[in-house]
Every structure is written in C-alpha cells, then in structure tokens.
Design a protein around this ligand. Structure first.
Ligand code: ATP
Ligand code: MG
Length: 574
C-alpha cells in the first residue's frame, strides 16, 4: 500500500465525547467516524484492523470444525414471540415494522434464527454434533452507548451455536469453544482472563466470560492470585465474615442521628466503625392480582448490594423494583434514611446477608426520623430474618470460595462469552431430532459470542502510549511503515524505498510506503499515532552512509542499519 493512494486522515484533537484513550485514539487516527450515538463508520484504516481480528477468529473457528454461515440482520418477530423474548427482551431490542405492518427486529443475537435453522435442517442424530457461526452486524439499543466501539449500538459480533445429542456432547462442544477462545485471545496479543460468569437473560446454566484486563473496564473480576479461581463479581460468592453470632453485650437504645441518612454518616457521628452498622434496602415485588409485597434487605454498612444475587432469590426472581417513598412510609412509618427491621409498621419480608445474620450489638435505623438504634440483637430485639443468604459483592481480601487464599479484584472489558444453554431454545422452538432409537429428542445447545469491534477498542486500551497506538503485530493495520524523507527531490530515496517496499511485500509483510512527501515531523507523529510495530525512515543523508533508521514502536531510539541488513532487522523486530 502506498500512503499517497490511501486515505490517511488524522486529527490533532479528539472530540469531546471521547472519554477514554481507545475512543480518542480511534477517532484521532481516523479508524472510525461517528454517524450517530453508538453508530460509527468504520473507515479504511479501522476496517483493516477489524478484518484482521475477524480472520484470526475465523481461522480458529474453522480449525475447530465450526461451520460459517450468515444469518440476516433483520429477523421476523414471530421467532422472537416463539422463544418468549419478544416479551422479555427490554428496550435494547430494536423493533421495526415493514410496509405491511409486520413486526421485525434488528438482531441483537441469533439464538432464535439458528434454532429455526436447526429444527428445519437437522432430522437425525447422524447430523449431530454441529456448530454454526457467523460474523455479523448486531444492533442493541443500549441505554448508554459510550466509549466508541466498546459499547456501540451497532457493532460486529461473532456468534456461534452448537447443537448436540446429549448433555455430555454439549459439554464437550462447550470445552472445545472455551479452548478456541483461549487461542484466539492469545493470538490477538491481549492480556485477558477467563472468568466464571452469570448467565443473564440468555439463560442456561454454565458460562464463562473472557475479560481483557483494563482499568476502564465496566466489569469487576474477582480472582485468587494463588489459584485458578476467577469469576465476575456478579457471580462470585461472598463469604460470611463471622463464624458465629456472639451473645448480646449491650441493651438496645435509640440515639439521635439528625440528618445522618447514610451508614457512613451514622458511623462518623457515633464514632464507630462502619462495619458495626447495617443498612436497609427496600424492594417491592408485584405478585399477580395481589398488593405489592415489600422486602427489607439488610447489608453491613460497608458492603454493597449485588442485584444479580438478589434476582435469584425465590420471590424476587420474577422481577423486582425499589420501593416507592409512599410504600416505604406506609410500611415503616418513616421516610428513607432511618429504616430498619425493628418494629416495622406493617409486616415486611426481611432478608439478611450472611454476615448481617451473624452480627450482634449492631446499629440500624429506628424507623423514626433522625434516630438510629444501637445494640440491636437478633432474637432478643427482633425475630430471626425470614431468609439468610448471600446478598453482597465480594470485597478485596475476602476469603476465596475454595477456602485457601484471599480474593483480589480488577477491572475487565468483556470481549467474549460462552454459554451452555441446554434445551432452553430447542424446547421453546421445538427443535428435535430422531435419536438412535428413532425417538424424537431435544437438541442440547451452547452459544458463544465474541465482540469483534469491541476487541479493537480493548486492544488499544491495553496497547497505547502518550503518542498513540502501539499495535500488537497480529492486528496492526500495517506492520511496517516506510517513511520517505525527501521523496520529491531525491532519486536515491525513492529507489531505496521502492526496493525495501518490494522486498518486505515479497516476504509477506503488510507494509505501507509513505510517499506523500510530507515534512518528517508531521509524518512521524502521524505514524506514531497510527501505531504500526515498525517504522523505517529512509533519508538522503543516512543513505549517503548506506544506512536507514529502524524504530520499533515501543522503542525510543532508532537503530541505524545498513540497507543490506534492513530487511532482516525489520523481520527480527516484528
Ligand atoms: P455487556 O454486559 O457488555 O453488555 P453482554 O453480556 O450483553 O455484554 P453478550 O450478549 O454476551 O454481551 O454478547 C457477546 C459479546 O458481544 C460480548 O462479550 C461483547 O464482547 C460484545 N458486545 C455486547 N454488547 C456490545 C456493545 N454494545 N458494543 C460492542 N460490543 C458488544
Ligand atoms: Mg449487554
């Protein structure tokens, strides 16, 4: 590729809405241009990187025996009604009508369509197992699109779906995909972690996420540095921090805590550690044809509620919301900020976190404005909770679930997700096959997603410096940039550049020759921003000494290398 014939369009400044490095650098280097919120044009430079990511994914998927097909972006609503997700999927699902008033969706994922294909195409156990995948545009009307391609509304995903005869087969398919993902992310040159994950709205029972480690990541990963344990915080079980409940030590007392509506304020006012306080969170559920049920969730003051865990509690697992102020006043006789489990005005269902259920002499709201209770004890001052369960997020230093080490937390960007689905979709869409005895049986399914465009953002997040992007070779838009200094006036420069360019191309190197006759400073800054792993500078003065300059993107000092050695040196640097 010659730069004069390519579209290079860099910006000095990133637009204001680009908050993080990868978004800024993708804009500045000219990889993407915004068309609408969360919707981007992939410019030639950006598309080169996306294609390289896709090719690595495709090679590894094909090598594992998965079969590529292509399903449409626009899908009929009927299939989504059949699976139940027309109702369940929230506003992220973009619904459209055709000219006849028929409903369609822009696909956010393809379980429905692939299961429809499977029920039509697969009749016999002889056709199984099979794994179909495609690399296709997805649309999710995200509540908060941000960070450029990292959380877009339109994005590219590789999604694969496995079909098996039985659970054992499905688990094998899952393991194959897990291993494929490990290879893909290694080849992409990313620092990542595979973590146990929640199954969310897609359903199923086993799942892992592949998380690229980055401070701006939206996910919290809990791991034990001394073992293999790693899980998304959504899923990671939090231990009970107290072995047993100690006997009451002091009488219960009401103390004035004016304006102290948060545990932090109460602890400060009463000069006690935050861990002596208990916070109250009030939720509501609406069972069919019955008045709303009010729930009081109790957590230690220094702990955080884990809503995923809450969503798995019987009675709360069909959907819950935070109670309204009116509901709170009706049940507690007091406005929020001073709520607690002792002597509520109306009965509420009390759910205590494991640790809270083992506390004694704790502090909680008195259900009276401007007052808290100290020295509160289970049994003596209030009945045992209706339910004791893990409600909280793990914190740094918690005991690991395997009981050995302690847990650390880091941030990650979810770039891949594998699910064992079981028969959730085959049952809903009646995808059966005839087993060896000629009896119809449901297909066992798995699904496996990779965020192709998100990977590009994540890779930059992990690989950049003050000057620009520092690409891993595998997905660099170009591997080498030859920068000609004095292209217009020096025949020797042109000749040396052409020779280098031809030889590198002959060796299979993805090289671009900058023949735009630009001033060196501008040209160098541009290539540092775009970030190919190696830059070769060819100028008349050094050519007179028979040398060119070779600079690795991670290096600060260029090496002067004889023209004869330059190809080998470049290959060695790559
Ligand atoms: P998230 O929790 O980040 O919204 P998800 O759990 O909804 O992700 P999946 O449904 O598992 O994501 O989709 C598979 C992959 O698609 C994700 O691992 C991620 O890499 C990518 N992906 C999901 N949503 C987006 C988005 N809005 N923009 C870009 N990539 C996305
Ligand atoms: Mg999502």
């Amino acid at each position: 590729m010659r730069a004069s014939a390519y579209h290079i369009s860099t910006l000095k400044e990133a637009p204001n809405d680009a908050e993080i490095a990868s978004h800024q650098l993708m804009m500045r280097s000219g990889m993407i241009r915004k068309l609408a919120g969360g919707i981007y044009n992939y410019m030639p430079l950006g598309l080169r990187v996306i294609r390289k990511v896709e090719n690595i994914i495709r090679q590894e998927m094909d090598a594992a025996g998965a079969l590529e097909l292509l399903m449409p972006v626009v899908q009929p609503a009927e299939l989504w009604v059949e699976s139940g997700r027309w109702e369940q999927y929230g506003p992220e699902l973009l619904r459209i009508k055709d000219r006849h008033g028929r409903d369609f969706v822009l696909q956010p994922t393809s379980e429905e369509v692939i299961t429809d294909i499977a029920r039509n195409e697969i009749q016999s156990w002889r056709h199984l197992p099979v794994n179909f995948y495609h690399i296709q545009t997805k649309f999710r009307d995200e509540r908060r699109p941000r960070f450029g391609v990292m959380r877009g509304r339109e994005f590219t995903m590789k999604d694969a779906y496995s079909f098996d005869r039985d659970v054992a087969g499905a688990q094998k398919s899952y393991q194959v995909m897990f291993d494929v993902y490990m290879r893909i992310f290694e080849r992409l040159g990313l620092t990542f972690r595979a973590v146990a994950a929640d199954t969310g709205s897609i359903g199923g029972s086993q799942s892992h996420e592949f998380q690229v480690i980055a401070d701006i990541g939206e996910d919290l990963i809990v791991y034990d540095p001394h073992s293999d344990y790693a899980a998304n915080i959504e899923l990671a079980p939090a231990p009970c921090l107290l072995r047993e409940r100690a006997a009451p030590g002091v009488p219960m007392q009401s103390v004035a805590t004016p304006e102290a509506t948060k545990c932090e304020m109460v602890a400060e006012m009463l000069k006690v550690p935050l861990s002596h306080t208990v916070k109250s969170i009030v939720l509501a559920t609406e069972p069919k044809d019955k008045p709303a049920q009010i729930w009081l969730l109790m957590l230690r003051g220094d702990h955080e509620l884990n809503e995923i865990k809450v969503g798995k509690i019987a009675g709360l697992n069909k959907g819950f919301r935070f109670a309204t102020e009116a509901e709170i006043v009706e049940h507690f006789g007091c406005k929020p900020g001073y709520l607690g489990p002792v002597a509520t005005k109306q009965p509420v269902r009390v759910v205590a976190d494991l640790t809270v259920a083992h506390m004694h002499d704790f502090i909680c709201g008195a259900n009276q404005e401007g007052a808290h209770l100290t020295g509160v004890n289970w049994v003596r001052d209030l009945p045992e909770p209706d339910l004791v369960t893990d409600l909280r997020n793990v914190v740094e230093g918690d005991r690991a679930p395997d009981g050995t080490g302690t847990l650390s937390i880091q941030r990650g960007i979810e770039v891949g997700h594998v699910f064992y689905l079981g028969t959730k979709y085959s049952e809903a869409l009646k995808a059966t096959f005839l087993d060896e005895n000629g009896k119809p049986a449901l297909m066992e399914m798995g699904c496996y997603g990779i965020g192709v465009t998100r990977i590009v953002g994540a890779a930059i997040e992990q690989n950049h410096d003050a000057k620009g992007i520092v690409w891993p070779r595998a997905i660099a838009p170009f591997e080498v940039a030859i920068c000609a200094v004095g292209w217009g006036k020096s025949e020797a420069v042109r000749k040396a550049c052409e020779t280098l360019y031809a030889e590198l191309k002959a060796r299979g190197v993805d090289v671009i020759l900058d023949d735009r006759d630009q001033r060196p400073g501008i040209m160098f800054a541009e290539w540092e921003l775009i970030g190919p792993p190696v830059r070769i500078t060819v100028g008349e003065r050094s050519l007179n000494d028979g040398v060119v300059e070779i600079l690795g993107r991670k290096q600060t000092e260029a090496a002067r290398v004889s023209l004869a050695d330059s190809i080998n040196q470049t290959l060695a640097l790559l």
